[in-house]
Write a protein that binds this ligand. Structure first.
Ligand code: NAI
Ligand code: MG
Length: 499
């Protein structure tokens, strides 16, 4: 445990320069064993803001070793004491919300007011939620035999490997590390190469409260750093959020090792707007659900919006007007609603999808809002949000995860047709239905193939509610008590013979 208190630093450039280039292992900020680093770039300007440790198998081995050594004492601590420490972490993080919001805005290009500061708040909330659940790590008594006392108990798995993406790095990390730690595991996080700084800072803050080695974080690329974490013989469980493609690679290695894995993968989440829906509410729900303020970089993005023929044109006009009203600009400016795409590679991918949509006969690409003109942002990875109309569910735009500010509004005439199209996807993460008719709403909640279904609203993942996908959207659930019990413990059956 560090004794020097960390003072919040709301100058993200200074903070980035100060912590960049490090991993955090056994409570210490350390360089990669090889001494190598890679640049961290501000996507709004194209300028390098810091470096990050380019970690490889040697660093992973060091971090996993520290985690394994710390795990015995951590697991031996009374559960509520672990929970209390995680709750202390939440309180400490709450003091750093502004700092963390600014740092994540700088490295990811997500607007501070609409996204980054909000994410920083959710991190503290997730830790608070799990900190209070420690006493729920209970087993059962089983009426197996009158002369035997039979019980089950929950035990930690050991060292958990956590692999996270860049779109909501702090929040996605918190939803994994909090239940893992409370359940008595220790953790090694592998951050996303595009966003290694804010998550490192979060771990540094948490290490003020946690014993050394309980929470470690390393930065680096997938093949060099992520793969050895999954493959390490002392890692007993891996939890991953990212692409389907990488999820399969992670699952393959976990399969070889026969260790459990949780996967939160992509989505192509449908939204069905019936002709009796409250249209204003539905349009607002589409803007929120599509995460236009995060440039659509969300696994839950409502990227297929099925709208009844009778209200289609009015819906499209209202949606366009709302997205037009969002201001694109410097992510750190309080006036900005929409920041940038994360990286040049993602930008190229998004632009390619937009081109593919324009080439569809009869398709219309409605470009929204306006690009910022400020000189400083000339190299920024900005792209105007696009609403496609005149397309159907069979095009690439409707089948593949774009992870950009691009949505399709698809016209339908019958409810059954809309349900069938919504379910015609290899993803199954989230879905919404918008209608005033209770019977239709209830029927849709039964028929929509997704892990998270909502009626007349489109809220995001919430501590306390199980979250995760079916089909290729993933394996397992996060954010709830059951997620902690099912995915971060194993159940031991114990039988006492009384005879
Ligand atoms: P990715 O799945 O390749 O990266 C996610 C994490 O996995 C990163 O930390 C990365 O370094 C790590 N990783 C990569 N290769 C690995 C390997 N062989 N072993 C272990 N870890 C590895 O996603 P990427 O390249 O950032 O984005 C590509 C697409 O993935 C996006 O366009 C989007 O469609 C999807 N995506 C989905 C996310 C979600 O929230 N479900 C988040 C990020 C991306
Ligand atoms: Mg990748």
């Amino acid at each position: 445990m560090n004794t020097q208190p960390l003072i919040p630093d709301t100058d993200p450039h200074r903070l980035a320069a100060a912590i960049g280039g490090h991993n955090l292992i056994a409570g210490q900020l350390v360089r990669a064993a090889s001494g190598r680093t890679f640049p961290v770039v501000n996507p709004a300007t194209g300028r390098e803001i810091a470096s990050a440790a380019f970690s490889d198998a040697a660093d992973i081995d060091r971090a996993v070793g520290a985690a394994a050594r710390a795990q015995v004492a951590w697991a031996a601590m009374p559960a509520r004491k672990r929970g209390a420490l995680v709750s202390d972490c939440a309180r400490l993080l709450a003091e750093h919300v502004e700092e963390l919001g600014r740092l994540v805005a700088l490295e990811t290009g997500k607007a501070l007011r609409t996204e980054s500061r909000v994410e920083a708040g959710v991190v503290a909330d997730a830790l608070q939620f799990y900190g209070g659940l420690a006493s729920e790590l209970k087993g059962e008594s089983v009426p197996f035999h009158p002369e035997m006392l039979t019980v089950t108990q929950r035990e930690p798995i050991g060292v958990v490997g956590v692999i996270i993406p860049w779109n909501a790095p702090m929040m996605l990390m918190a939803l994994k590390i909090a239940p893992a730690l409370v359940a008595g595991n220790t953790v090694v996080v592998k951050s996303a190469e595009e966003a290694p700084l804010a998550v490192l800072r979060v771990c540094q803050i948490l290490n003020q409260k946690l014993p050394a080695g309980v929470l470690n974080i390393v930065s680096g690329f997938g093949p060099e750093c992520g793969a050895p974490l999954v493959a390490h013989p002392s890692v007993g469980k891996v939890t991953f959020t990212g692409s389907v493609e990488t999820g399969r690679i992670v699952a393959r290695t976990a399969g070889e090792k026969l260790i459990p894995v949780t996967l939160e993968l992509g989505g192509k989440s449908p939204m069905i707007v019936m002709d009796d829906a409250d249209l204003d509410k539905a349009v607002a729900g589409a803007v929120a659900g599509m995460r236009f303020t995060r440039q659509g970089q969300s696994c839950t993005a409502a990227s297929r919006i099925f709208v009844h023929d009778k209200v289609h044109d009015a819906f499209v006009a209202a949606l366009k007007a709302r997205v037009d009203a969002l201001k694109m600009g410097d992510p750190l400016d309080e006036a900005t609603d929409i920041g940038t795409i994360i990286s040049r590679g993602q930008l190229a991918k998004v632009l390619d999808y937009i081109e593919s949509g324009r080439a569809i006969p009869g398709a219309q690409a409605l470009e929204c809002s306006t690009l910022p003109t400020h000189e400083d942002l000339r190299q920024g990875l900005f792209v105007r949000p696009v609403i496609f109309t005149g397309v159907d569910n069979s095009c690439r735009l409707a089948r593949e995860e774009i992870f950009g500010p691009v949505t399709c509004v698809i016209r339908f005439r019958s409810y059954d047709e809309a349900i069938a199209a919504a379910n015609d996807s290899h993803f199954g993460l989230a879905a919404t239905i918008w209608t005033r008719d209770l019977k239709t709403a209830l029927d849709a909640t039964k028929r929509l193939q997704a892990g998270f279904v909502q009626v007349n609203q489109n809220i995001v993942v919430q501590p306390g509610l199980s979250y995760g996908g079916i089909k290729q959207s993933g394996l397992g659930r996060e954010a709830s008590l059951e997620a902690m019990l099912d995915h971060f413990t194993h159940k031991k059956t114990v039988i006492f013979s009384m005879t």
